[in-house]
Design a protein around this ligand. Structure first.
Ligand code: PEP
Ligand code: MG
Length: 580
């Protein structure tokens, strides 16, 4: 057995046989000379192959738009533009006529040169574009060589897909019902493949480097999308262990599905809301299936991850509207763009900073780019006519920043009114409390907004001074650090004193032990990835509010993270399971 460790990009466990989709294995490209008289014929072949490629891409664009929304269809618009680009045509035609080599070879050479040139520029946006160039030239070559590219749409057995880097077209067109898991050389948590894998609920481990060299077609593979472990040709004992875990998870899923429709109410009648965090509209089916009562955090920055320019007001409006319509009246909290720090978005010009986590990110970035911010605010406002939308500003650190954000929203409202566009005038406005300074003055900020949402991923990072992405100090990222617990309690109390509800959308909210403590502290809403919703709901339903209040008070009197962990393990062991 060989054990590999990659990036856990989409949760779940799968066991199956590997299918190495090494379609990007270079086909043998023929190379021969052609005569002057044959040149026109070669050029004609190229034009026909481009026409067929355009047909393929158009139908994929239509399917992506129909099934997943315009923002995904847009990937293929970029491909269509490239296929029609007169500069590309000129370059290839000139090269054909100068070299007197067959058109397949000329296209192949064009691809190699273009990719090399783009890679040489060392710009992440343009690196992305090499994938597009590759996708398109290969499609043309396949038509030229009358070579039917194996399509993942034709998968007719269950497989663990092993690939170097799946192309956007592969993800969209594949027969998803047959893909048990995805394992790739390339990709990270925010890669397009990862986002779609999560949306489709396919376990995925990415960023494994040379995995395609280590796994052969037909190998038995275990993929653990929760931990990033991939086991190749496992021994009987390991296989049995994972089968049991998977079985347990499946049983739990059935069990949890049965509580999806029930409210999150404690045994003594306190009702809280459990909502879901999403990145893309495709997650909504999963959100509803897992029994979430709304979207507590829509991370809008994922819309900005497509290569090309930042999405227009119209594109954003359609994306937000689609989420609101799919949620059918349930509340959706849309967070304005949170980029910078650990979330670099290639297309937006954020220069390298010495301390990006303390730098030009989130609301700071948006306030410095009024056009970009106004586009987004108007898009959210316009979408608010189609459901229960709320706006949330990230990384607020003080009243001045909040006042400026609210003034920007007023400006966007004025413009929508001037244009005669419908929107919800009293759209609720909230902020994320994720900077210690904001937590310390939560009483002041609470008077200016309609709700708080505690972002513990960042709040812990800034309170304990521990980079959330640095594995060397990950042990310090402690939700039960007394400083974190005191801040969380203060935020909840300050929010309530001002009469506003307090939510939490950081990872802490999805830990069943923490959920009991937070419930006891008076938290009103919890928001987390959809798959965690049933677990937390079951936890809430299994405890009494009065008991949770006592427990929270006891926890607040403890003096260390370790003490709290041990205390909760002791007190909750028979009631609450952290692994379901
Ligand atoms: C957080 O900081 O807790 C949060 C939910 O925001 P993000 O993880 O997107 O920074
Ligand atoms: Mg955050």
């Amino acid at each position: 057995m060989r054990t590999l460790q990659g990036i856990p990009a989409s949760p779940g466990i799968a066991i199956g046989h590997a299918f190495a989709f090494l379609d990007d294995e270079e086909p043998m490209i023929p190379r021969y000379t052609v005569t002057e008289r044959e040149l026109d014929g070669e050029w004609e072949r190229f034009i026909v192959a481009v026409g067929k490629s355009k047909d393929d891409v158009s139908s994929m664009r239509d399917r992506a738009t129909r099934e997943m929304g315009q923002e995904h269809g847009a990937i293929f618009d970029a491909h269509l533009l490239m296929l029609d680009d007169p500069e590309v045509h000129d370059t290839i035609e000139n090269s054909l006529r100068e070299s007197l080599l067959n058109i397949e070879w000329v296209v192949h050479q064009y691809e190699q040169a273009t990719v090399k040139q783009l890679e040489g520029l060392d710009d992440p946006v343009l690196q992305e574009r090499t994938v597009d160039v590759h996708d398109i030239t290969r499609r043309i070559l396949n038509h030229l060589m009358l070579r039917e590219r194996f399509s993942l749409a034709d998968l007719d057995r269950d497989v663990v897909l092993i690939a170097r880097n799946l192309l956007p077209s592969d993800m969209i067109s594949m027969n998803r019902a047959r893909v048990l898991a995805i394992v790739m050389d390339a990709g990270g948590k925010t890669s397009h493949t990862a986002i779609l894998a999560r949306a489709f609920e396919i376990p995925a481990v990415l960023g494994l480097g040379g995995v395609t060299r280590l796994i052969k077609n037909g190998d038995t593979v275990i993929v653990d999308g929760n931990t990033g472990d991939v086991r190749v040709e496992p021994d009987g004992q390991t296989l049995e262990r994972y089968r049991r875990v998977r079985q347990k998870m499946a049983e739990r899923d059935v069990d949890l599905a049965s509580i999806a429709a029930l409210p999150a109410s404690t045994s003594d009648g306190r009702v809280v809301l459990i909502k879901a965090n999403i990145e893309v509209a495709e997650e909504i089916d999963s959100v509803l299936r897992h029994g979430a009562s709304g979207v507590g955090l829509f991370r809008s920055e994922f819309l900005f991850l497509q290569p090309g320019r930042a999405p227009s007001e119209e594109t954003q409006y359609l994306a937000y509207r689609r989420v609101l319509e799919k949620m059918n009246g349930l509340p959706v909290t849309i967070r304005t763009l949170d980029i910078g720090g650990d979330k670099a978005i290639p297309d937006l010009a954020i220069e390298e900073e010495k301390n990006p986590l303390l730098g030009w990110r989130a609301i700071r970035y948006c306030l410095s780019d009024p056009d970009l911010f106004q586009d987004q605010l108007r898009a959210i406002l316009r979408a608010s006519a189609y459901g229960d939308a709320r706006i949330m500003f990230p990384l607020i650190s003080g009243p001045g920043e909040l006042d400026a954000a609210i003034a920007s929203l007023d400006e966007a409202k004025t413009e929508c009114r001037r244009r005669g566009q419908q929107f919800r005038e009293d759209i609720p406005v909230g902020i994320m409390i994720e900077v210690p300074s904001a937590a310390m003055i939560a009483d002041i900020l609470a008077t200016k907004v309609d709700f708080f949402s505690i972002g513990t991923n960042d709040l812990i990072q800034y309170t304990i001074a521990v980079d959330r992405g640095n594995e060397k100090v990950a042990y310090l990222h402690e939700p039960f650090h007394p400083a974190v617990l005191r801040l969380v309690k203060k935020i909840i109390d300050d929010g309530h004193a001002a009469g506003i509800p307090v939510s939490m959308c950081g990872e802490m909210a999805s830990d069943p032990f923490a959920a009991v403590v937070l419930l006891g502290m008076g938290l009103d809403e919890f928001s987390m990835s959809a798959v965690s919703v049933p677990d937390v709901k079951r936890t809430i339903r299994s405890v009494g509010y009065a008991d949770a209040q006592t427990l929270a008070a006891e926890v607040l009197a403890l003096t260390s993270h370790q003490e709290t962990e041990a205390f909760l393990a002791h007190r909750l062991a028979d009631k609450v399971s952290r692994s379901g």
